[in-house]
Ligand binder design. Structure first.
Ligand SMILES: C[S@@+](CC[C@H](N)C(=O)[O-])C[C@H]1O[C@@H](n2cnc3c(N)ncnc32)[C@H](O)[C@@H]1O
Length: 376
């Protein structure tokens, strides 16, 4: 089917906006072809020449970047994408939308904190992989063997990511960082769920996007990743694990730079620190946790659902004065929004998948009302 007029141009604009710098024609061609399918190099060249200097600037031989008008069109392209339905659930508002389009429509300095668990690998929640997961057909999803009578939740296989996936991941988080830096108030905390294989890419790209890295929060939890013996040589090397059985989940911790002294930032924006657990006890960066209980997974059937006991500790801590709005731009079934309701904070969630959005509408009030126990 022929592409609608302007599709190739918009794809070039989106790519250059995502990387935030100039790129060669070859790099642009690879990015556009991975989004739209095979695109002839001549077509890329003619779009670039036709729109220079209107939206592109030539920075060297065969290299281009966006100029001021180009950045404006990147935001316009994002705004024109569908972003529709929204609901109120307790003190939270949730949107069925693409969060990049949603964020492009938000005013500057309008959000006080981010707590989110983004799509890693970037492919595990695309239409094809979601369909495979729902059909129980695997794909990037690994269904761990059930043992001791318990059915295990599917896990995405991040070890299958190749160089190009990792570059896309970097591009995705750079774009995310640039958008966040615009909509967050100074001093706002950003907590991003990650895993030990990819957290360095996430931290690097978000920092390039304008945020400041402040460290990591370690969720101590036994995951199903690692611990396996060498494939097809289990018996020969029965004393070897290819990688350790993972027992923690890193959450990348960043912030938008505060304005001046922390006390001034706290007064002006209500951000610039973490809320203490009690007057005697500061919030700590090691949190004992457990896998998401099956009762919660039944209420909110999402493959990456985070447990309420843990999410409530995080959400409570990210607003130092308990005031402001927490955004989860990759809401899934709504564990962040439910946790924010449980600690009586305002929140906003955005989810692109209609089915998960519908699950979140029903699950958030139920998860938010659950009594949970925190491991000692
Ligand atoms: C790792 S899951 C989050 C699960 C969540 N922590 C929970 O407890 O339910 C990531 C979610 O982001 C959604 N997603 C992916 N790309 C998105 C986008 N551009 N805008 C909004 N949501 C997106 C996926 O559909 C998926 O539900």
């Amino acid at each position: 089917m022929p592409l609608a007029p302007g599709t190739v141009r918009d794809s070039i604009v989106e790519f250059l906006s995502a990387i935030g710098k100039d790129a060669s024609i070859d790099e642009i061609l690879t990015a556009v072809s991975s989004q739209l399918g095979h695109t002839p190099p001549s077509s890329i060249r003619s779009y670039l020449t036709l729109n220079t200097p209107k939206i592109f600037e030539r920075t060297g031989r065969g290299r281009y970047k966006l100029n001021g008008n180009g950045h404006k069109s990147a935001i316009e392209i994002c705004r024109s994408k569908p972003g529709s339905d929204h609901r109120t659930v307790g003190k939270g508002i949730i949107y069925h939308a693409d969060s990049f389009a949603w964020m492009a429509n938000q005013p500057e300095n309008s959000i006080e904190a981010i707590v989110t668990d983004p799509p890693y690998g970037l492919i595990e929640f695309n239409d094809t992989e979601t369909a495979k997961l729902r059909a129980g057909k695997g794909g990037v999803w690994r269904i761990p063997p059930s043992f001791d009578g318990h059915q295990r939740a599917p896990l995405p296989r991040f070890t299958v990511l190749n160089d190009s996936d990792r570059k896309n991941l970097h591009r995705f988080f750079l774009r995310f960082g640039v958008q966040l830096t615009r909509i967050l108030v100074p001093g706002a905390n950003v907590l991003v769920a990650s895993n030990p294989l990819l957290s360095h890419i996430v931290a690097g790209a978000l920092t390039e996007g304008g945020l400041e890295l402040r460290g990591y929060i370690s969720r101590q939890v036994m995951t199903m990743r690692g611990g396996d013996r060498p494939k097809n040589a289990h018996e020969e090397f029965d004393g070897v694990s290819v990688m350790p059985r993972s027992q923690w989940e890193p959450w990348v911790m960043l912030r938008k730079l505060p304005e001046g002294r922390i006390q001034d930032n706290l007064r002006k924006y209500r951000t610039g620190g973490f809320r203490r657990v009690s007057a005697e006890r500061p919030f700590g960066d090691l949190i004992l946790s457990h896998p998401t209980p099956s009762a919660e997974r039944k209420l909110a059937p999402h493959p990456s659902l985070k447990p309420q006991a843990f999410m409530r500790q995080l959400t409570r801590a990210v607003l130092p004065l308990g005031k402001g709005k927490i955004l989860d731009p990759f809401m899934g079934a709504g564990s962040t929004i439910a946790a924010a309701n449980a600690v009586d904070y305002e929140s906003v969630g955005v989810e692109i998948d209609r089915k998960y959005f519908d699950i979140a509408c029903e699950a958030i009030p139920l998860l938010g009302d659950l009594h949970t126990k925190t491991p000692d």
